[in-house]
Design a protein around this ligand. Structure first.
Ligand SMILES: C[S@@+](CC[C@H](N)C(=O)[O-])C[C@H]1O[C@@H](n2cnc3c(N)ncnc32)[C@H](O)[C@@H]1O
Length: 217
């Protein structure tokens, strides 16, 4: 089953994935990340710029991974964040990250697949970064978000690129983890079908591959 493949893959990949953050990689790898994976940095900055003031707000991070966005939402004053992911290894890294920062009492860790295991809302904001890449039915996914979200969700969608898309498809196919790609029109259509009245799409500039999208009821 597709979803389970993504969860299993990310569980085995958790420690390696986490080295991307906090300067844990070698200088050469950090240079490569800055040069070729700048989307990951850009989408982080755009998320917090576009979500605005989080003071006192309750948030949900779907596919939280090792928790970099959870930590930053709490640093920016969110009162509570539900960190949601199917991969236990990722949730463990999130737990360690927020504990180190002294934020553990403002976080709930929840293991599961969105949307079927969605936590109860309402949430003032949601963050969904690097997840729609692995979702076979994005309309059902966002339909699951709609009733539990009262404010804005920041979501990344991977775009299609003539060279990088086929390369990525093959890389993830070899890891038994299917990936999906989008264009601006399909993102608008998915957002509307899921019942969101606002769907703001920004293509991250440069050679990157992500759309940064904000949806609101
Ligand atoms: C590329 S990582 C991104 C992690 C984090 N959001 C970040 O940007 O650093 C994708 C995460 O999505 C999770 N994921 C995949 N499918 C999911 C689903 N259906 N529901 C919730 N999380 C999912 C994976 O387990 C993985 O931790």
């Amino acid at each position: 089953m597709t979803q389970t493949q993504a969860g299993t893959f990310f569980d085995s990949f958790a420690e390696t994935f986490d080295t991307f953050y906090d300067g844990k990689r070698s200088h050469v790898m950090q240079w490569i990340d800055r040069r070729y994976r700048h989307d990951m940095f850009a989408r982080h900055a755009m998320t917090f710029a576009r979500l605005g003031d989080l003071t006192g707000k309750r948030g949900l991070d779907v596919g939280c991974g090792s928790g970099p966005y959870v930590a930053d939402a709490l640093r920016r004053g969110a009162s509570h964040v539900v960190a949601f992911d199917p991969a236990p290894g990722m949730l463990e890294l999130t737990r360690a990250r927020v504990e180190k920062l002294g934020f553990a009492d403002r976080v709930t860790l929840q293991q599961g697949y969105f949307p079927q295991d969605a936590p109860p809302g309402p949430f003032d904001f949601a963050i969904i970064m690097g997840v729609l890449d692995y979702v076979a039915d994005p309309v059902a996914f966002l339909k699951g978000l709609r009733p539990i979200l009262s404010g804005t969700a920041a979501i990344s969608f991977p775009s299609r690129h003539w060279f990088r898309t086929p390369v990525r498809k093959v890389r993830y196919w070899m890891r038994n983890c299917p990936v999906y790609f989008y264009d601006e029109q399909s993102i608008h259509s998915i957002g509307r079908q899921a019942g969101f009245s606002t769907v703001d799409v920004i293509k991250i500039p440069g050679a990157g591959m992500d759309y940064h999208v904000c949806v609101a009821p």
